[in-house]
Write a protein that binds this ligand. Structure first.
Ligand SMILES: N[C@@H](CCC(=O)N[C@@H](CS)C(=O)NCC(=O)O)C(=O)O
Length: 346
């Protein structure tokens, strides 16, 4: 089989998520380091210019595809060994939910810590430029670094990072460090002794937060050397052999505090975003974790909520009941409460 080609950057958390996943799955691949500012010649452009971009062979030549979660599913359909999605339907749902939390919420911490504080921004800008142009002279690199920093800083409000939301984002990141430390100590990974797509999603964001960006990396080094070491291992699990998923009966004890974190911050965010979108508002203000949250609406994350709701509805009734019992009291149950859905749609 032809190796899969993908375009990405070391400073892109979703690129790192997918590269580690390809390595664990032993799927032949070639990474083209670069970005859509200067895309590889002879390759089509994707509809939305995001990293990573996968170039899959298709009947009409090469197809450029983005969005890691459906790409993971496509890889599952095409390659059966070393799956990252549990067969058990309950665990499978939890995997989707936790992957979504990492992709859509933890990434707020990633973007926030990279560009909110001057020290971190000044550190990241030249790294991003030199990873695109390793031979650039330093004066040019400085100018280009300034441009990229300016562009990214101007986008902070889009993901919801501001002085108003800083306490919510930072305290959630700090709690997650503790939660992941205990998850790894117990089982090695989020859903057992083998990695699932949720681990790769968390890992992707942590390749930046825990290693590259000085402020959060210092926090992680001080508070969880175990999690810091896990990041390095996750990078290449091509030789990992342990293959046990959690038993659904142990899901409560192992995942309870992670689900409560999702229910504490991400669920109220998704619901407030949905409410604003359905009412046609351009921005919203909500209480999250007892504090104020303010940002522009984010239509993609409304789509994520629909995907989760649909996945829950597709579960067999007895699995859905077990799931609902597991989520009860975590705050995640609000995402699926029929009253919430009806109230918002009327
Ligand atoms: N939902 C997408 C998100 C990908 C994404 O946001 N990638 C970032 C880089 S990590 C990007 O390309 N942003 C556009 C830009 O910076 O112009 C996925 O899971 O792949």
């Amino acid at each position: 089989m032809q190796p899969i080609e993908l375009l990405g950057m070391p400073g892109s958390p979703y690129t790192r998520k997918m590269l580690a996943l390809l390595r664990y799955r032993r799927i032949a691949h070639r990474v083209l380091w670069g970005s859509h500012f200067d895309p590889p010649k002879g390759y089509p452009a994707p509809k939305v210019k995001l990293l990573p971009t996968f170039y899959f062979p298709s009947a009409h030549g090469i197809e450029a595809v983005v969005d890691s979660t459906p790409i993971i599913q496509r890889l599952e359909n095409e390659h059966s060994a070393r799956s990252v999605r549990p067969d058990d339907p309950l665990l499978n749902f939890l995997d989707l939910l936790i992957e979504d939390f990492a992709d859509e919420w933890l990434t707020k911490a990633m973007f926030h810590y990279r560009w909110h504080y001057a020290e971190d921004g000044a550190h990241a800008a030249p790294l991003l430029i030199y990873s695109l142009h390793p031979q650039l002279n330093s004066a040019k690199a400085k100018a280009m670094g300034g441009d990229i920093a300016q562009r990214q800083i101007s986008r902070l409000p889009v993901v919801g990072s501001s002085d108003v939301t800083t306490p919510v984002i930072e305290s959630s990141f700090e709690r997650l460090v503790g939660i992941m430390d205990r998850i790894i100590a117990r089982q090695g990974f989020v859903l057992g002794s083998r990695p699932s797509s949720a681990d790769f999603a968390i890992f992707g964001q942590l390749t930046q937060l825990g290693v590259i960006d000085p402020t959060p990396a210092r926090y992680l080094e001080r508070h969880s050397p175990r999690l810091r070491a896990w990041i390095d291992l996750m990078e290449d699990l091509s030789g990992h052999t342990s293959d046990k998923w959690l038993t659904p009966a142990s899901a409560h004890d192992h995942l309870g505090e992670l689900l409560s974190e999702i229910g504490r911050v991400y669920a109220p965010f998704l619901l407030a975003n949905e409410q604003a979108i359905l009412r046609g508002h351009a921005e919203f203000e909500a209480r999250i974790d007892g504090k104020c949250w303010r940002q522009a609406v984010f239509p993609y994350q409304h789509k994520c909520l629909d995907v989760l709701r649909q996945a829950r509805l597709e579960l067999q009734p007895e699995v859905r009941q077990t799931l609902d019992a597991l989520l009860a009291g975590t705050g995640c149950e609000d995402l699926f409460a029929t009253t919430t859905v009806q109230k918002l749609r009327t």
